[in-house]
Design a protein around this ligand. Sequence first.
Ligand SMILES: O=C(O)CCC(=O)C(=O)O
Length: 386
Amino acid sequence: MNNAPSTKTPDYGDDESAMQTYLAAGEKKALSLPNRGPVRYDETAKIHPDILNAYSRFGFYVFEGVLGAAELADLEKDVQDILQRLPSEKGSPVNAAGEPALAHESKAQCLFWSKPLGDPFGGTAFGKGRHPVKMIEPTPGPEAPKEIVYLILGSLQFSDACLRTYAHPDLLAVAAAVNGTDFVPYTDALFLKAPGLGASVAWHQDGITHWDSDNWDQGSHGFNFMGQLYGCTPANGVWVVPGSHKTGRIDIKAKVREAGSERLPDAVPMVCKPGDVVISNRQLLHSSFANTSADWRVTINMGFHRRSSVLGVQGGGILGKNVVYDEKHIAKRSRTIGYAIDARRQRFPEETPFRYEPFSAEPTRYQWNSNARSDLIDYNLLDIGV
Ligand SMILES: O=C(O)CCC(=O)C(=O)O
């Protein structure tokens, strides 16, 4: 299997002791922040203002226990299937069993490869150079493969379970509360951090187009939900600098220089149990370290924007087609929401499905069936990247 763990546990070498101290201190700090708990509503059935205030203040909030046991079991089964379908090596049209590989016919780039414990974006021009500093790249164990897949885009076409999670009514209620009832999709992904192999993601702020806009604010570039299949720890999870979503573009090189390493002193890790889902503002300064720990992290990323941030806006040039996003483009890309709501209704009939306001005139237009599955092939060519 492409992401099979190696046998020897690697570490951060000369930095190991400083790293362990940093991880432990970060965890303590993260757990002391008042930004975690279940999804809660007020007496008018709106997302509780305490949650929205904490999200606004820190730029992230850990929703505890959102994904139940049945949903997690479905997700785990699909993730195992995805891992087995990965190409046997980069560029191969087949998996290790000689069967057609996942995404080998995809028109959009879906699979992102790295050397084990590497930092593929740091210090490169990717994303208009938004990851300016390379992270430490620990040496992997001797049995590690040459390259691993650490990120899969367009994930909703590869997993019905991910599609159903995308329509979790509590999460979509949060999306509506944060981005307005006419919120729109951004992109969806799976981050795979195999123990002893998982790549790092260098410090960066997401968002391309709105930093210098007159009406820029803390919500201009949307947010990601990060659903945790196995939970996440300081060693394998995402780190953020709380509040940095409000301060505009940050000079990351200077910040790392001041800190003397990429262990930024004002950062905290996302610490989650299986089934927790983090909402994370895309403008937050964030990163994740190479996973030298013994624990898997699988994150189901689901991103959403405000409609006003994308309508009539030229795409940022990283995701999907680089076009001006008009109503037609947005409506077509939003079909993932319609299909997901129906797929979820079929699997969890006891739940009250989320009502997505832009589809309120035709609530049954999107039915999840084999035609719909075909309709989702390459849906991510229309990802909305600002
Ligand atoms: O999950 C990770 O390790 C990185 C996530 C990230 O950078 C993102 O979602 O923008």
